[in-house]
Design a protein around this ligand. Sequence first.
Ligand SMILES: Nc1nc2c(ncn2[C@@H]2O[C@H](COP(=O)(O)OP(=O)(O)OP(=O)(O)O)[C@@H](O)[C@H]2O)c(=O)[nH]1
Ligand SMILES: [Mg+2]
Length: 581
Amino acid sequence: MAGRRVNVNVGVLGHIDSGKTALARALSTTASTAAFDKQPQSRERGITLDLGFSCFAVPLPGAAEPGEALLQVTLVDCPGHASLIRTIIGGAQIIDLMMLVIDVTKGMQTQSAECLVIGQIACQKLIVVLNKIDLLAEEKRQTAIDKMTKKMQKTLESTKFRGAPIIPVAAKPGGPEAPETEAPQGIPELIELLRSQISIPTRDPSGPFLMSVDHCFSIKGQGTVMTGTILSGSISLGDSVEIPALKVVKKVKSMQMFHTPVTTAMQGDRLGICVTQFDPKLLERGLVCAPESLHTVHAAIISVEKISYFRGPLQTKAKFHITVGHETVMGRLLFFSPAPDSFDREPVLDSFDFSQEYLFQEQYLCKDSASAVVDSNETNKRTSQAAEGYCPRQQWALVEFEKPITCPRLSLVIGSRLDADIHANACRLAFHGLLLHGLEDRSYTESILPTLKVYKLKHKHGLVERAMDDYSVIGRSLFKKETNIQLFVGLKVHLSTGELGVIDSAFGQSGKFKVHIPGGLSPESKKILMTAVKKRGRAGHGEVAKQEEGTERPEPAQHVGLSLSFKRYVFDTHKRMVQSP
Ligand SMILES: Nc1nc2c(ncn2[C@@H]2O[C@H](COP(=O)(O)OP(=O)(O)OP(=O)(O)O)[C@@H](O)[C@H]2O)c(=O)[nH]1
Ligand SMILES: [Mg+2]
């Protein structure tokens, strides 16, 4: 089919000054001047360079004749440090392949590592580009390249990009002072490699229209043009689109793909949409969608996976920078895991089940944090397994945003500490996940959260003070004096001698309580309790009074313990206690 063009997006990432922009420029000019038209329109506006978007086209792999079908490669050149994460995550869903640019004289640097992390989260394919090979002394060049190649192979070994291709180039030989005529090295080989590595993703026109806009400008006498990549669905001339960040709906007046007017476009296409009466200054980047297809959320339930390079724990109540789509806002987290008997449950990646029960966690559970998460309950098998490095297969967090965000469901979410010292040589990216459920209601704490069954397991231990008769005992040291024991009535307690009891009522004012033993006390228990009483009896009045205040404990061989386990649901507005199995 003549004139067919397929677009793929390639991210150019790497440490500061590794030569990303130089590489994007070298690729674009080489490929364009060699075979195809430059794009005077976009150059005139200076937009692609400003925002780090440029492109080149090559014959589509497998095309019968050159020029018949073209592969358009849009390079997403990631600029400065601070905006790196936002830009990449914003474009994460549109990057089909990532080029990691490494300064061959420096090797992996802090940011190269961060980029590799982002790549693992957001991309399927990677090419490592060793740049600035002109800086290597000629006689040692090949040896140095080989050495760095080996090093990079080793680095990739522990990532999902193991075995990814590594290629040497000089994007701008001689550096900034060198004349523009100085030809880059290794670029045709890189283009060939890109062609062989790029696989054209299957595109689907169904689903609601969603487009990631990367720039917005006005054309005199025409209107305002928004250009970007269609993330899902399709669009036709005359359709209405919403700019959710501004809550406005506009009619599509005209559309262009590759500077050619079109009447429809679909997922994967790079498109310019022209609308009228819209100030381009209001939108630099962001999402455009089918009206009312996106939602603004105040909080969200996300799946969480910690980034192993991040030092330090992920703690409940901690605040992180949360990036969703093009937006980055502060969010406070509350972590939870499956209930202990479901630690092995098959992960569900695309939805959240409100009917299940979940276990509250003070922090994300992982092997290195496990020793810190063990709660006071040593008897909880699963918890102690966590201490030995046993972690659930899936974990979640509730994120409460400081400012509401607008995004589609299942958006990629990245949590980071962007305020961390950028020179600290530490990974600022902390975790990633998917937005499984957005809470749209502003008063979600009252309307939605109570349906989220996240519980804390509580354990209380006390003592049997004495037996009242064969079927009831008085317990103590389990509750504080001021506890409303009424709330615990009906909950089961276990006696250390094996009997099961039920809390019956408060007994006196000092936190003591009556326990009913439906099966009756065993003869052995009665013996122990009788001896304890006898001993106490001998001690005289003063001693008994003291014991009641809990200052003196019966000797270990003589006491009968009481233990109570119950669940308390974190979001239960009534703060009820529920028996745990
Ligand atoms: N000698 C030499 N210098 C290069 C090469 N490629 C880039 N440079 C120089 O390295 C410096 C940084 O290049 P850029 O392309 O701006 O690097 P960048 O990675 O885009 O930098 P940031 O966007 O700031 O992160 C410039 O002075 C370039 O001229 C190369 O192949 N050889
Ligand atoms: Mg740059």
